[in-house]
Write a protein that binds this ligand. Structure first.
Ligand SMILES: [Zn+2]
Length: 155
């Protein structure tokens, strides 16, 4: 009986930890401009040691790490050269390695900004029924149309 209770305690504790982590990760995503951590991860490229890089719609670059987030905020850079210099200095990269880093950054697709919800997103590939460069989802595209219709009605 005691064993059983202990096991239940263990499970609850783990679930709680996972929830805290998820909230923290969603917080990190929101700070960078994404609706969810999944969206942020999707739009980011991996650098090294859990560091990731994301190219935002306003041309800035966000450099983030989920494991150091509690003590280190994500860093934002205005252009690609500045972020390359920062990462190169941080990991002591030189010559060929810096070129590899530059090529890696070029592979990172720039995020778009949803015109309805204002969150950053990476357009889905494939043909959708809405303008995927302007809206993050079918819901946002739809809401935007409804919103315009309402405005027309009021006028
Ligand atoms: Zn949206």
């Amino acid at each position: 009986m005691e064993d059983w209770e202990q096991r239940v305690d263990g499970i609850n504790w783990k679930t709680m930890l996972a929830e805290i982590d998820q909230a923290l990760l969603d917080n990190l995503a929101a700070e960078i401009g994404f609706r969810s951590y999944e969206g942020l991860e999707n739009a980011s490229g991996f650098v090294a040691e859990d560091y990731h890089i994301c190219h935002l719609s306003d041309d800035r670059w966000a450099f983030w790490n989920p494991h150091t987030y509690t003590r280190e905020d994500p860093l934002f850079f205005d252009d690609k050269d500045t972020v390359i210099n920062h990462i190169a200095a941080m990991f002591s990269l030189e010559g060929e390695k810096v070129e590899q880093l530059r090529k890696g950054l070029e592979q990172v697709r720039q995020a778009h900004n949803c015109q309805y919800c204002n969150y950053e997103f990476l357009p889905e590939s494939g043909t959708m029924e809405w303008d995927t460069s302007k809206y993050c989802s079918a819901e946002c595209a739809m809401e935007s149309v409804l919103h315009e219709m309402k405005e027309d009605f009021v006028e």
